[in-house]
Design a binder for this molecule. Structure first.
Ligand code: CA
Length: 228
């Protein structure tokens, strides 16, 4: 059974999520503190998606996310944010998360996001092996790896999916809506900011000068274009 971890210290919200995860066919693993979440992930390496609340008693959810990503690039991470939290601040802090859901959220919304992350974890069709080489970049679509100048660039699943889309469409301006539906799925109902959040992070990882991106350029009012 697919495992999803919910980290939330407020018991009523946690139970609400657990009930809905089970209803949607997931096995739910619970954590009430950041430390518990890190322990549960170590004990259950097959957790596919982790849902992290931000306000916690021992450390904030961004710190939990950062610590998870030190050793685990594979797990999908969804942050639970409150409407009162400033979005700009959130996006700046979302250093390793794949997605976010704003409280209060509907069970359907949350499970749709989890389903979308799980679909991506499934990856490419078996047997597909392709090297995409452009400029200093080499992508291996079987191993899901990216190298720049022969050095491995560590990407989250979402970042990898965006890079693959770019490298399959060199020189083509891609609308943010197209990136969203290609990477997150057509039935994804989140907003376009998540695309910008991930692009910002990708630039930090792959650009020589993040202030003057040479590979991922912004097409104002439209989206992004890849060239290498
Ligand atoms: Ca909380």
């Amino acid at each position: 059974m697919k495992k999803v971890m919910i980290l939330e210290d407020e018991e009523n919200i946690r139970s609400f999520v657990v009930i809905n995860l089970r209803r949607a066919g997931y096995e739910a693993i619970e954590a009430a503190t950041g430390q518990q979440a890190l322990d549960r992930l170590r004990e259950n390496p097959d957790i596919g998606v982790a849902i992290l609340d931000i306000m916690l008693p021992d450390m904030d959810g961004f710190e939990v996310c950062r610590r998870i990503r030190v050793s685990n690039k594979q797990v999908g991470i969804i942050m639970l944010t409150a409407r009162t939290q400033e979005m700009d601040k959130i996006t700046g802090l979302m250093t390793g998360a794949d997605d976010y859901v704003t409280k209060p959220f509907s069970p359907a919304e949350l499970t749709a996001r989890i389903d979308a992350l799980y679909r991506r974890l499934g990856g490419d069709a078996a047997g597909e092996s392709e090297l995409l080489t452009q400029g200093p970049f080499v992508m291996n679509t079987r191993n899901h790896t990216l190298e720049k100048n022969g050095l491995r660039v560590r990407l989250t699943q979402v970042e990898y999916a965006i890079m693959k889309l770019f490298m399959q469409n060199p020189g083509r301006a891609l609308a943010r809506e197209d990136i969203l539906s290609a990477v997150w799925g057509r039935d994804y109902e989140g907003d376009l900011k998540i695309v910008d959040v991930n692009i910002r992070r990708l630039r930090i990882k792959i650009e020589d000068d993040t202030a003057n991106p040479a590979y991922i350029t912004t097409v104002w009012g439209f989206g992004y274009k890849w060239g290498a």
